[in-house]
Design a protein around this ligand. Structure first.
Ligand SMILES: CC(C)(COP(=O)(O)OP(=O)(O)OC[C@H]1O[C@@H](n2cnc3c(N)ncnc32)[C@H](O)[C@@H]1OP(=O)(O)O)[C@@H](O)C(=O)NCCC(=O)NCCS
Length: 444
């Protein structure tokens, strides 16, 4: 059993790390209006307000599709779309504006109730989409220009700009714009840390997905949702599952790819129906929903002096259980070049080392994965990287001593060996009382 106090402290440390990183970053949140009447909506808005209060600069784009459809119907207009874009007539535009304003006001009220200052304005310049392939898009427009300086000034003063999908041309005529396009344009013009699509979908479901060479290993959370994908993996899933993915999932994933390509570092697909999902997604390495990322997100890299506290932290739990031998900061420091760490989004989740015992022998040691992140393939990635590093250090063979992870190392291709197979110096220091099993692996 893991110690609950230790787990809590680990979580708090993790959150501190994230706060330090995200403070001052811009997060854009596109919130679907289908969530507005849900009992969890006020809680979602409270969580968003808390993010603003810790110094994250928030922009909200209200999704307005449902409200516009309902209002148009109530006023006797039909909702017409072409290639997924709403065809807004000049006559129905006031209704579209009214519906957008209604959604904005609900969000504004929630921000106010949580002590945050929402603000709405005419910062989006739009132009007519015109007539494309014979289809007249009428009062449907596209983003022409964003008043970036004004938005940045508001963000710097801790305001939360709420930007509904309405823009104006230079003469002041309004246009209905697509809110996903709006999110994409903001990503192109502002330096956006994260874009969230918050709706009723939980993320990309792994069940039934056809996988290809880039997606043969995917990190999936306990609810069966794919946790993270880079752009190439997201595209592979879209291609291989073009006919089987349902419309919402396909739209979700292609919007995420589009936004990453427009400049967002990370795009998160999160359900507003799962309590605390946004906090979990922001403050942990493995959230509730799916993250599509533009740049490198996880890596194994050589350890640095500043990593030693994290290496000790990760090992502590396993040392207590007797799985690993205790090591001091000085011992780790004296062999720091032997260590690698596994990092996700700047959080250290695992470590390992390969030590030199002479006679071209390397010892794989100190493999440890943060207890909260087990079974995500991290251990395997660390061992593979050490097996790659070993020949570069001149080792022809590696060995290891283990008491608890025998089957796991078998699964990675290690084989049983005896004390006589160890290099001389290691034979002399072998602890007969601990009675560890010895495994070896020849290197290519
Ligand atoms: C062993 C350890 C490094 C595995 O890390 P991990 O990231 O959870 O492992 P992976 O995700 O790569 O592999 C997970 C699989 O290995 C299995 N596995 C994990 N630890 C295992 C163990 N000790 N014995 C047998 N199988 C094990 C899991 O059940 C899982 O199987 P599944 O894919 O069928 O569900 C990790 O559990 C750990 O830190 N253990 C404590 C320290 C230790 O024993 N180190 C080895 C001595 S150097």
């Amino acid at each position: 059993m893991n110690d609950p106090k230790n787990e809590l402290i680990s979580s708090i440390r993790e959150v501190f790390g994230y706060i330090a990183r995200f403070k001052g970053q811009i997060f854009i949140l596109k919130i679907e209006d289908s969530l507005l009447e849900h009992p969890l909506f006020p809680i979602l808005m409270r969580d968003i307000s808390q993010l603003n209060k810790i110094g994250i600069r928030i922009i909200i784009i209200p999704g307005t599709r449902k409200s516009i459809d309902e209002k148009l119907k109530a006023f006797g207009f039909s909702s017409d779309f072409h290639n997924g874009i709403r065809l807004t007539s000049r006559e129905s535009l006031p209704i579209v504006e009214l519906a957008s304003l209604g959604v904005t006001e609900v969000i504004m009220s929630q921000l106010t109730a949580n002590g945050c200052h929402g603000i709405q304005g005419n910062w989006i310049q739009a132009r007519s989409l015109g007539i494309v392939d014979g289809t007249d898009y009428m009062a449907t427009g596209v983003v022409e220009k964003i008043q970036k300086d004004i938005i940045l000034r508001l963000l710097n003063d801790s305001f939360v700009p709420i930007i509904p999908p309405i823009g104006w041309n230079k003469m002041g005529h309004p246009y209905n714009i697509n809110s996903t396009e709006l999110a994409k344009s903001l990503c192109e013009h502002l330096s956006v840390g994260k874009l969230f699509f918050i709706g009723i979908e939980e993320g990309i479901r792994s069940k039934g997905l056809e996988l290809g060479p880039l997606t043969s290993y995917l990190e999936v959370n306990e609810w069966g949702i794919v946790s993270a994908l880079d752009i190439t993996q997201a595209k592979e899933i879209l291609t291989l599952n073009a006919s089987s993915l349902d419309h919402a999932q396909k739209e979700y994933l292609s919007n995420a790819v589009m936004a990453c390509e427009a400049g967002a570092d990370r795009v998160h697909l999160v359900s507003g129906l799962s309590q605390g999902a946004i906090l979990h997604e922001v403050f942990s390495s493995r959230g509730d929903g799916t993250m599509v990322y533009a740049n490198q997100y996880s890596s194994v890299r050589p350890a640095k002096a500043g990593d030693i506290v994290d290496i000790l932290r990760i090992m502590e739990d396993h040392v207590k259980k007797g799985f690993l031998l205790p090591r001091s900061a000085e011992e780790i420091s004296s062999k720091l070049n032997d260590y690698v760490i596994y990092e996700v989004d700047n959080s250290i989740l695992g470590c390992g080392a390969v030590h030199d015992w002479g006679d071209n022998y390397g010892e794989i040691a100190a493999i440890a994965v943060d207890s909260a992140y087990r079974k995500a393939g991290i251990g395997e990635v660390i061992v593979h990287s050490l097996l790659k590093k070993a020949p570069q250090n001149g080792f022809k063979k590696v060995f290891l001593l283990t008491t608890q992870a025998l089957d796991w190392f078998y699964s990675l291709g290690f084989e049983d060996a005896s004390i006589a197979d160890l290099p001389k110096a290691k034979q002399e220091s072998y602890d007969y009382k601990r009675n560890s099993r010895i495994l070896t692996k020849d290197l290519p």
